[in-house]
Design a protein around this ligand. Sequence first.
Ligand SMILES: [Zn+2]
Length: 409
Amino acid sequence: MYEKHLECRSCGKKIELGMKYTCPVCEGILELKYDYEAMKEDPLLLDDKEHKGMWKYSHVLPVRDKGNIVTLGEGATPLLRCCRLEKEYNMSVSLYLKAESLNPSGSFKDRPSSVGISAAKEYGAKRVVIASSGNASAAAAAYCAGTGMECIVFVPEGTDASKVTQAAAYGAAVIPVAGNYSNSYKMALECSAKYGWPNITSTFLNPYTVEADKTAAYEIWEQLGECMPDYVVIPIASGPLLVGMYKGFQELVHLGIASPESRLPAMIGVQSEQCMPVTKAYLEHTAKVCGWEFPIHTIAGGISDPLIGYEQDGELTLKTALESGGRMSCLSEEEIADAMQQVETKAGLYCEPTSAVAVGAAARLYKEGVIEPGTKVVCMLTGHGFKYSGRKPFVQKVISSIEELPILI
Ligand SMILES: [Zn+2]
């Protein structure tokens, strides 16, 4: 409600609010800007009494008329400390999992979809288009369902059947596109330009959706007893969650809510070795991200984004991670599978492989001395286990008496 205008992150051009996606001068990424001075005077800035969950932060989100808020009860996800994982990995830290998998459609994408669809409603949309590697398509479809808005979803061929089935179940028109995610991304772009449908692809394309990711940062700060974590570890495709959350932590200080002495967390992005355009740039000490042209074979489908044609998204994520004192990391397929099993058996949180990369990377970076002892580490668990259909089917012999129990007594 305090949003003022859009601003190009590259050249600083100011643009009127609206469903706009790139800078008309330099094609840079747009960011929503707010009237922070007015916000400082708002006693209910982080506590809109009319709403619960994510929308309790409605005063710092870009929706003017609250009647346009489209919600399914997203946000307010648990922040769970997991001592068994700390022990398993010999980590002398407080290791927390932010269970974004418990959002209504089962992933962190419910926050950006709720804001994106609310903004589209505010601008009178009857139909929206989105490109997604899976989770965002299911989320967008879910939020459109309650509004009657039509949802056109482009997914890369070979997207996990669980995610596609879920999006279709909500009534979206799900259209598989040949090739990798970047091809789906381009098709959504073309449709939006040609037909004028709002594009709610939750990379950095839609400046409204990125704002929603701030709310995960506010929640973590509140859940830690009004305290900043030292590290936040996040699975990364293009990286709006990392950039959006860091903006949230910055705003807490800038708006005078958190102490000005607060040390902001180091933001750590994690990719799969099978698709690591941002991590590759980090390892090569360059700010320039190149689209990933190699074949991709990963169980972490949620982060298999080659960024071809929108490399600047990865550059913004890398820049933000470095500014925060963080870095990029990556895991092998074996490490991802192992981390998933650890999260499920030690924390009791069913998760998709993409989610687990944050935990696997935190463990490795602790071992390497990057994450320091005695710190607070938050791993973002981005998607639910129901989203992944690659597990071996469960097979067990049927028994008729306790003498046949297949466990050690
Ligand atoms: Zn510009």
